[in-house]
Ligand binder design. Structure first.
Ligand code: F6P
Length: 539
């Protein structure tokens, strides 16, 4: 690590240590222009980082760290299609997928934008044909449902987008099957008419055990009802199109994507096909436009006004300055309920690494573990710990000003709750305040002494607040791209490859070894606990 980068890290860690000796809430008085510095607007999203534990001087230290890590040069390498995913010798060019027509992205020197545009056009034509009834099922009926089969990056993005944007009464119903648990495919197919159902199998590799197992179940379900013509109901999205065709998918219903699209960054490709069909191509295009706007912002805004950079630095300040290994993500929008699950893959698969790009062990913590659920539901489940637990868990709140449906008065209550939670975490409630309330109620002294510690809130718990006017496809696209680029910046600071995922491989290999043992075909040596489980569960 270059000395100036090392020195910049040391200064950030020292700034974090100093932050333990003060309270965030006091910084508002000490820094009257705090909001001007720490609130920014980007692509229809307002990002308020003023409830984070940093001072403006700490922000300068964090920005120095970004400069020392050469974030801007790394960003240029990303956008120019260099092999930023070194361990797989691949570019990571998800920005090419959402760029307007006429862009000129190159992956490792090879032009890709024309192919992207051609595939986007194929998506549009297919979506319009299915929705208009120009394409019909094997028995001449229009399609009314889609079962999207895929896992990880081939599932989480489409699931999030469908739930976020689905109409109240969809023309085409979209269901998902990811888990190899037989219950999931059974539930996804239950009650659907095979004659009116498209099966969209999404797998970059087309080798993923869970996806192939579910695809076989769905294909058998179609064939049982429709006979050999059933395969016309199969659609595939894959970077291995020949394997998809060998599975039985008609060649003109195989949609390509490319090795320079990482699974967790792939929603902008044909991986979003099911959503494009079920929501309509215009919504899909608007999603892409929102993300492209965030790409433009990330590329051009100065680091101190750059939303992905600033969000990354706030997270780094908590993670490395203050040693906080967890983060909660709480969207106050039921339709964004799955955002934390989506971010779990985006953040933890991208940056949950223990060695650098160069293979050296990291000397400081990388990705925080992310968890969350929709507010207000989370308030009645795990918020107790956020307010009074022994560990400080920084929170990202995401709120939507105007509801797209439902009772307006409920929306106002929802907003009151999200603002209140951020304030409660920040300000807390002092022992004196609790004592005064109990005394005013005439509680006996012994009872007051017992209750004061229980009812005190330490406060000083940081949060970020992201606000959008409405939950539109554009805003959703911008929100997802904001976090994608935030993850990239963090990866640059930690020195890791954010685009590989070797840590998922060992379990897959062992499962392939254990499967024939459970089927009673063979025995392999294992530790005694594993042997006992296999013996218990084998056929
Ligand atoms: O197991 C992890 C993973 O490789 C993810 O990175 C990926 O999104 C998911 O599996 C699905 O892979 P595929 O799209 O190749 O089926």
């Amino acid at each position: 690590m270059p000395t100036d980068l090392d020195a910049a890290w040391t200064r950030l860690e020292a700034a974090g240590a100093a932050a333990r000796d003060r309270r965030i809430v006091d910084l508002f008085e000490a820094e009257p222009d705090r909001l001007d510095t720490l609130v920014l607007d980007a692509c229809g999203l307002r990002l308020d980082l003023s409830k984070q534990p940093w001072t403006k001087a700490d922000l300068a230290v964090a920005l120095d760290l970004a400069e020392a890590a050469e974030v801007e040069a790394a960003r240029a390498r990303l956008f120019s299609g260099q092999a930023v995913n070194a361990s797989e010798d691949r570019a990571a060019l998800h920005m090419a997928l959402r760029a307007p027509n006429g862009a000129a992205f190159k992956a490792q020197g090879v032009p890709v934008s024309a192919e992207v545009e051609a595939t986007r056009d194929q998506i549009r034509r297919f979506a319009e044909a299915v929705r208009s009834g120009a394409v019909l099922g094997a028995s001449g009926k229009p399609f009314r449902s889609i079962v999207h089969i895929g896992i990880g990056g081939s599932d989480l993005g489409p699931r999030l987008i469908w739930e976020a944007l689905r109409p109240l009464e969809p023309v085409i119903e979209l269901r998902f099957a990811a888990n190899v648990d037989p219950a999931e495919a059974a539930l996804a197919l239950a009650g659907l008419d095979p004659a009116q159902t498209l099966i969209v199998v999404v797998s970059k590799t087309f080798t993923t055990q869970e996806t192939l197992a579910n695809a076989e179940v769905a294909r058998a379900w179609l064939r049982a009802a429709l006979g050999p013509a059933a395969d016309s109901h199969l659609v595939a999205v894959s970077a291995a199109p020949a394997v998809a065709q060998a599975f039985g998918v008609p060649a003109d219903q195989v949609f390509a994507f490319w090795d320079w699209v990482g699974g967790r960054y792939s929603i902008w490709s044909a991986v979003g096909l099911s959503c494009a069909v079920a929501l309509g191509f215009e919504a899909f295009e608007a999603l892409l436009a929102g993300a492209a706007a965030m790409d433009g912002h990330f590329l051009t805004a100065p680091l101190g006004r750059n939303a992905p950079v600033m969000l990354a630095l706030a997270h780094i300040f908590n993670r490395n300055g203050l040693g906080r290994p967890l983060r909660a993500v709480i969207p106050y929008a039921q339709r964004l309920r799955l955002f934390a699950s989506f971010l779990q893959q985006l953040e933890m698969e991208s940056n949950g690494k223990r060695v650098s790009q160069a293979g050296q062990p990291l000397t400081r913590g990388s990705a925080a573990a992310v968890f969350g659920d929709a507010g207000t539901n989370g308030q009645h489940a795990f918020f107790q710990q956020l307010h009074q637990g022994t560990d400080v868990v920084p929170v990202d709140f995401v709120a939507v000003a105007q509801a797209s449906e439902g009772e307006p008065a409920s929306q106002t209550k929802l907003l009151a709750n999200v603002i209140a939670q951020a304030e409660a975490l920040l300000v807390g409630r002092s022992a004196e305040d609790v004592r005064a309330e109990l005394e005013a109620k005439g509680a006996p002294q012994a009872r007051i002494e017992a209750l004061v510690p229980q009812r005190t809130f330490p406060g000083d718990r940081p949060s970020s607040f992201i606000l959008m006017d409405r939950l539109t496809p554009e805003r959703l696209g911008a929100l997802i791209a904001l976090y994608e680029h935030k993850v990239f910046v963090e990866g640059v600071l930690w020195g890791v490859n954010s685009f590989d995922q070797w840590g998922v491989e060992l379990g897959k290999t062992l499962a392939a070894r254990i499967l024939p043992e459970l089927e009673g075909q063979t025995r392999n040596p294992h530790d005694p606990s594993t042997v006992a489980l296999i013996d218990l569960l084998k056929d």
